[in-house]
Design a protein around this ligand. Structure first.
Ligand code: NAP
Length: 286
């Protein structure tokens, strides 16, 4: 039977650490601030934005929300980002994706000051992650590393397999495991004989976006299994990429969905906001 990795408890500990750092900065006259920009009225995005605002309040981070109509033009959004780039009260800028189709998401992200890019999606920050000289880590992969660390299992020297190669999860996830000296394999939809690769993984990270995709025969007994997926099953219930009931008996550690990776993503975003406030005030980020 696997030990469940409690993402809620671990994220609460990260947020408590962040709150303490926010307080120390306040005593130095720096009030960490974040702007969250939402364009349109996608219901899931609204929930994410509310959760982020709630996490800001919990950690003592000042937050501003910009809820813009779906018909906002590219010029209007770029003008807002320029205003926020120049605002000394705002250390982190987050533009909630997905954006309405008429807006060029890549261009918008590239417009954010890299020092305020708390999602770490700007090409500058992506490049910094590649060379291992980073201040911000992309939130979901950084949260996964915290979860693996909580198990006490060393990443160094382990066979790590990541299923998925998206720019926001799979690729940076693989890079962070590599920086932690894992031996990393990235799998994707064109991978042949996926099962034979995943079955060798000591640490398996699933970021596919398909309900219950990872079955028991794909998992090495004793593996650490991290489920990034957020899907709906046939009954409309939230579930991950891993068939939890089938995999849990043979893994050593496993994350549930919900309550695993999800809460960590927001906690790491708060961590990035503090790092941003430090960078902009010439304070070393540890
Ligand atoms: P994505 O951009 O759709 O990427 C999915 C990846 O899975 C792609 O690289 C794709 O390969 C690969 N894939 C698809 N079918 C496959 C198959 N049959 N065999 C092997 N690989 C396959 O998704 P994403 O943004 O990375 O997100 C992945 C999941 O994580 C989603 O469920 C998302 O909701 C969830 N998520 C959760 C959080 C959180 O905070 N918990 C944050 C972000 C995302 P190709 O590249 O070849 O197409």
């Amino acid at each position: 039977m696997a030990q469940k990795i409690d993402g809620k408890a671990i994220s609460a500990a990260v947020k408590a650490r962040v709150a303490a750092e926010v307080e120390v900065l306040k005593q130095q006259g720096i009030h960490t601030g974040m702007a969250v920009v939402l364009v349109g009225d996608d219901p899931a995005s609204k929930i994410y934005v509310n959760n982020k605002k709630k996490a800001c309040a919990e950690t003592g981070i000042y937050s501003e929300e910009y809820a813009l109509p779906a018909e906002t033009t590219q010029e209007e959004l770029l003008a807002l980002i320029e205003k926020l780039n120049a605002d000394p009260k705002i250390h982190g800028i987050l533009v909630q994706s997905p954006l309405p189709r008429h807006l060029d998401e890549k261009l918008i992200v590239e417009h954010i000051d890299p020092n305020k890019d708390v999602d770490a999606f700007h090409a500058y920050n992506v490049g910094k992650i590649m060379i291992g000289d980073f201040a911000f880590l992309p939130c979901t992969p950084a949260g996964v590393i915290e979860l693996i660390r909580s198990t006490g299992v060393e990443i160094a020297g382990k066979n790590c397999v990541v299923i998925g190669r998206s720019n926001i999860v799979g690729k940076p996830m693989a890079m962070l495991l590599l920086h932690n000296n894992g031996t990393v394999t990235i799998c994707h939809s064109k991978t042949q004989d996926l099962k034979s690769i995943t079955a060798r993984a000591d640490i398996l990270v699933a970021a596919v976006g398909r309900a219950k995709f990872v079955t028991a025969d794909m998992v090495k007994p004793g593996a650490v299994v991290i489920d990034v997926g957020m899907n709906r099953d046939e009954n409309g219930k939230l579930c991950g990429d891993v068939d939890y009931a089938a995999v849990e008996p043979l893994a050593s550690f496993i994350t549930p969905v919900p309550g695993g990776v999800g809460p960590m993503t927001i906690a790491m975003l708060m961590q990035n906001a503090v790092s941003a406030a430090k960078i902009q005030n010439g304070i070393a980020v540890n």
